[in-house]
Design a binder for this molecule. Structure first.
Ligand SMILES: [Mn+2]
Length: 286
């Protein structure tokens, strides 16, 4: 079955939309599994599975104006050129006071979006990996460096990593030395996601927050279709609680690292659902 090639219910045009969804089909720096460039298409297809009515919040997605711009033309670009294209487009969205929602692509896309915001925002990154290398395979914009590039923009005090459980020793030592705030998946399992989110709120205060979701933060049993799967991960409800906890502070969102070739579609489904849920949640509190 083939559905329309835009995100379900994104029926508004760019100008009237409050949220703008755009695809960044880029996997130019992936190191293990490829196909993240197919993700925007698969996430859009998956989005047609869902109802517009959220019975929990009573909110209906039909009542919100959102637009699907389609994909940016980044496929064959170098990481640096991809980043600047993403930054350019994200800046255009922000200049019109709209809320950007990006469909990755690999996690290397996120610094481009973050750079479009002012430097005093905070970033919460849900990710299995610390991604704190200065450089990887000769590029500072490799997806293994994405947290580090975000830090370049917002500073070490304004990023929080939740759900991490994988790092190279050197980058981990480096991150600790610089004072990176993180809560790993073992601690989240031990003390619960609520406590982790409370600690995050205490740390960040009431800052505006950009949320980036590397789908590999979830346990591979929920999200096997990803570039570098890592066991001992979070549950979908943990991510839901994170969206709930910060929905009044959110200013942008992306979901990265879905690799549709490596599962039966369940990872793209989750990604699509998180996007819908996030919009519904923000709208239902406004
Ligand atoms: Mn990751």
């Amino acid at each position: 079955m083939k559905f329309p090639d835009y995100f379900a219910d994104a029926e508004s045009n760019f100008n009237e939309a409050k949220y703008v969804i755009f695809g960044v089909p880029y996997d130019g720096t992936s190191s293990f599994r490829f196909s993240a460039s197919q993700a925007p298409k698969e996430i859009r297809q998956a989005s047609w599975n869902f109802e517009t009515f959220n019975f929990r919040t009573g909110f209906d997605l039909k009542d919100v104006r959102f637009h699907d711009y389609g994909d940016l033309n980044v496929k064959n670009k170098t990481p640096e050129n991809m980043i600047s294209e993403v930054k350019r487009f994200a800046s255009e969205i922000l200049s019109k006071n709209k809320f950007p929602i990006a469909l990755g692509g690999e996690h290397s896309i996120t610094p481009g979006i973050v750079q479009a915001f002012s430097k005093d925002i905070a970033v919460i990154s849900l990710d299995a990996h610390i991604d704190f290398r200065q450089k990887y395979e000769n590029s500072s914009y490799n997806h293994a460096c994405s947290s580090r590039r975000i830090v370049d923009h917002v500073g070490i005090k304004n990023i929080v990593l939740l759900g991490i459980r994988s790092a190279e020793k050197e980058e981990f030592v480096d991150a600790k030395k610089l004072g990176l705030f993180y809560i790993d998946s073992f601690e989240i399992k031990e003390n619960g996601i609520k406590k982790a989110l409370d600690r995050t709120r205490d740390y960040l205060g009431d800052k505006q927050i950009y949320l980036t979701l590397d789908i590999d933060v979830l346990d591979p049993s929920y999200a096997p279709g990803t570039s570098t799967p890592e066991p001992f991960g979070l549950t979908p409800f943990d991510v839901v609680e994170c969206i709930d906890a910060f929905s009044s502070n959110l200013i942008g969102f992306d979901v990265a690292e879905v690799c549709p070739e490596y599962d039966k579609g369940q990872t793209a489904l989750l990604a699509a659902k998180f996007i819908r849920y996030l919009i519904e949640q923000i709208e239902s509190i406004n």
